[in-house]
Design a protein around this ligand. Structure first.
Ligand code: NAP
Length: 299
């Protein structure tokens, strides 16, 4: 299949890029092995995306998709397997058809990082979770542990405190990384308890589900669920040995240009100091604009 612009990844960055490029008159194909929306699909409620007082991640994802397709973007549920450049054309192998494109916008986002402690893998799906919206409702009235100190841990601890009887935030430092406004809200909740300067040593269970967590300070906390929010790992494997990276994140300039002419990166997968839905969408728009300039200069 041939297209002008191939967008890999259909989260906020990818769908924004695809919409901008299609609206500029290009034939745009956007691919993703999963449902469009990326990490939006894991967010219960978003209150800092401009123009919305409050919106669910799912609803915002649907709006991104509808808007992109209304501009003519074609979306396929294909995973990208390999990328190469032959002259001025990119050749991308996918789980569906092989694709030839003049420019590629890489917006594959990032995945949840794991803690790597004993019990984590064993109890995944039996109390260990990486998605509060998906699994929180299973633990109504129960005791819940949340691991991490960033925006995700704080936002999701607040959400889980509406469901669980107690939420215990376990964070390895004595200061949170997450925004101050979220820290203040967490501290104001009387069913959220903080365990600072310690980490999870092991997740314990009875074979069927989680029963407690052992902390590095010697505490054993009785909980039925452990939600792990210890950051993200970029989904950048496809570009290994193809574009330059830093710590696994794809290096770009302010125009979202990577070290390979015609290849742009946008959103959480690129080196950026601030990872939000709005910055991902902004990256997507900038990448589409840069791709437009690049393609025009090819002719
Ligand atoms: P993050 O900001 O990287 O925070 C990860 C947290 O996990 C940090 O507190 C870190 O501790 C801790 N951590 C990392 N490895 C650990 C380990 N092995 N054991 C224990 N703790 C560990 O990740 P995030 O919270 O998922 O956020 C990702 C990005 O999305 C951020 O840029 C964030 O701003 C953005 N985001 C924004 C919103 C919003 O605006 N509403 C919501 C969610 C996410 P240290 O602090 O000690 O490093």
């Amino acid at each position: 299949m041939e297209c002008d612009v191939l967008v890999i990844g259909c989260g906020p960055a990818g769908l924004s890029a695809a919409g901008y490029a299609a609206r500029a008159g290009y034939n745009v194909l956007a691919i993703d092995s999963l449902a469009p929306g990326g990490q939006l699909l894991y967010i219960d409620e978003i209150e800092n995306y401009p123009g919305y007082e409050k919106v669910s991640g799912y609803a915002l994802a649907e709006n991104f998709e509808k808007q992109a397709t209304s501009f003519g973007v074609k979306i396929e549920f294909w995973g990208a397997l390999d990328i190469d450049k032959d002259g001025n054309l990119f050749k991308v192998k996918t789980t569906g058809e092989d694709i030839t494109a003049k420019a590629v916008i890489f917006a594959t986002g990032a995945a949840h990082r794991h803690l790597g402690c004993p019990g984590e893998e064993e109890y995944q799906g039996k109390g260990v979770s990486y998605c509060a919206t998906c699994d929180g409702p299973f633990f109504k009235g129960k005791k819940i542990a949340v691991v991490g100190g960033g925006d995700t841990a704080l936002t999701d601890a607040l959400y889980l405190s509406k469901l669980g009887s107690e939420v215990h935030i376990i964070h390895r430092r004595n200061e949170f990384r997450g925004q101050k406004v979220l820290q203040d809200r967490v501290k104001a909740k009387d069913n959220i308890f903080l365990h600072l300067s310690c980490n999870v040593e092991r997740i314990n269970g009875d074979g069927k589900g989680v029963t407690s967590v052992s902390l590095t300070d010697g505490t054993e906390l009785e909980v039925n669920a452990v939600f792990i929010f210890v950051g993200i790992t970029p989904n950048s494997q496809l570009l290994e040995d193809f574009a330059e990276m830093s710590g696994g994140f794809v290096i770009t300039d302010n125009h979202m240009r990577t070290t390979v002419p015609g290849l742009f990166a946008a959103g959480d997968v690129r080196t950026t100091p601030f990872r939000q839905v709005v910055t991902a969408a902004g990256d997507g728009a900038a990448a589409a604009h840069a791709a437009d300039e690049y393609i025009q200069n090819l002719q």
